[in-house]
Design a protein around this ligand. Structure first.
Ligand SMILES: [Mg+2]
Length: 464
């Protein structure tokens, strides 16, 4: 019996026929899925209103759909045939990538690879990066700051992965950014998926880039978009423009380790069943939160037994070996987000009372969780501890400069300005997770919180 992952011979033959008929492809299983469109015959390209630049920011899925439609393999609106064709393509491509020791990597853009400061919205910002101009419904100017080591990072990960960019920024914004970070079109060989009217604004999903999810890794500073893909997900610390940021160095080490573990497992496999990235990732994450039962306040909205099962952060905590609970009395840790009036929150009052009785009980700010998830290592809780009395509060705030960089620099405000359809060229949708965040005192003193957060602060409660 043939193994399940091998492509059936007749299916490959079908695909070969499509390739041959179109004469567009140098290699369907090659690195550049998006080149399917870019190498289309000139006469066909000339008829299209789109330019090469347009095609570059058209998602791989859209490009493949167009080629399949042009080849006659599927017809407009035939979703069943398209799904079958995409599955076939993904399978064939995955087999090729395994032979070439490559996996797939989906990279977010904003606050993962770069940060772009909207100079209209932040007039006091002193530019420190490279200027970009986004021509949309209006003209917007940004100061684009690359995350330290970005070019080296992209070069190195491209040796191990087929790299896709997947961003909620719109096309005009993404093109302007690409002109700076990837002027020769070499860094995102898989293709680029940016925000489109036809796509949801609250959801990212692996299938959009046309790849085998069992070989895919996702990197983003926001987990809430990736509801179904937590097993493939790697959280990166949010980049806010700091020149001492080492997030890409940390990330590269993790990606390289996963790549090595995957192909080591593939070589050692007793059968021809290939390993799966989620399984490899689970083994590497280990039990970072082993023995931890975490309760939240101000971090997870609308907490119910049901949301604790489905909410991405809760899923991720479980994937790291921990558990989550609604009940502070059952918890080993209370993870809190600092808001106005946080001392009055019921869970925090209960937690502080419990700490007096139970020294093993831990009460920490949410940065402890983000940093532990990003580092794949539980961070020392002392650095993130809530002050347990009024007298402790002032020293705790004053000590902010001694906290780890990711703590003092984290800013949950939305990115400066991208593009949003209803907006005049350029704003990305607000982050749901940040929607009710109020301003931590450590940020207030640094003047690093946007007007967005301040506006929302008034409407946010003091937690459950
Ligand atoms: Mg982001």
């Amino acid at each position: 019996m043939r193994s399940s992952w091998r492509v059936e011979r007749e299916e490959l033959a079908r695909w070969a026929a499509w390739r041959s008929a179109n004469r567009q492809q140098r290699d369907v299983a090659g690195d550049r899925t998006c080149r399917v469109a870019s190498v289309a015959p000139r006469r066909r390209a000339a008829r299209r209103a789109t330019t090469m630049s347009d095609q570059r920011t058209t998602s791989p899925r859209s490009n493949v759909r167009r080629v399949l439609e042009e080849s006659g393999a599927v017809h407009g609106g035939d979703d069943v045939a398209l799904r079958e064709a995409l599955a076939l393509l993904s399978t064939a491509d995955a087999e090729n990538k395994r032979k070439n020791r490559k996996l797939y990597l989906l990279l977010d853009l904003d606050e993962t690879l770069i940060v772009a400061k909207n100079l209209e919205k932040e007039p006091s910002h002193v530019p420190v990066g490279k200027p970009i101009v986004v021509q949309g419904r209006s003209t917007l100017r940004f100061d684009l700051i690359e995350r330290p080591g970005l070019q080296h990072f992209l070069r190195e990960v491209s040796k191990l992965f087929v790299v896709f960019m997947y961003t909620m920024g719109d096309e005009a914004y993404v093109r302007a950014v690409l002109d700076v970070i990837d002027p020769h079109g070499k860094n995102f060989a898989g293709g680029i998926a940016c925000w489109k009217e036809s796509e949801g604004r609250h959801h990212k999903y692996i299938e959009r880039v046309v790849c085998d999810r069992s070989m895919a890794l996702v990197v983003d500073d926001m987990m809430d978009y990736w509801t179904e893909d937590m097993p493939n997900f790697i959280l990166t610390r949010r980049f806010v423009g700091d020149h001492a940021d080492d997030g890409l160095m940390l990330l590269y080490g993790q990606l390289k380790a996963v790549h090595e573990a995957y192909f080591k497992a593939a070589a050692a496999a007793a059968t021809d069943e290939p390993p799966a990235v989620p399984r490899v990732l689970a083994e590497m994450r280990g039990a970072v939160f082993g023995g931890c039962t975490i309760a939240f306040t101000g971090v997870v909205l609308d907490q119910t037994e049901e949301t604790l099962v489905s909410q991405p952060l809760c899923k991720l905590v479980r994937l790291f070996g921990g558990d989550v609970t609604l009940d502070v009395d059952r918890a080993t840790h209370l993870v809190a987000r600092q808001k106005e009036g946080w001392r009055g929150a019921a869970k925090i009052r209960k937690a502080i009372a419990r700490m007096a009785q139970d020294p093993s009980f831990v009460c920490v700010w949410d940065h402890w969780l983000w940093d532990s998830l990003a580092a794949w290592k539980a961070q020392p809780t002392d650095d993130y501890a809530l002050p347990t009395s009024d007298a402790d509060e002032a020293p705790a705030v004053a000590a902010a400069s001694a906290l780890p960089p990711s703590v003092t620099q984290r800013d949950d405000s939305p990115p400066a300005a991208r593009s949003e359809p209803s907006d005049a060229a350029g704003r990305k949708r607000p982050r749901e997770a940040a929607a009710d965040n109020s301003e931590p005192a450590v940020y207030r003193s640094m003047g690093a919180v946007s007007a967005y957060l301040k506006g929302k602060q008034a409407s946010s409660g003091a937690g459950e």
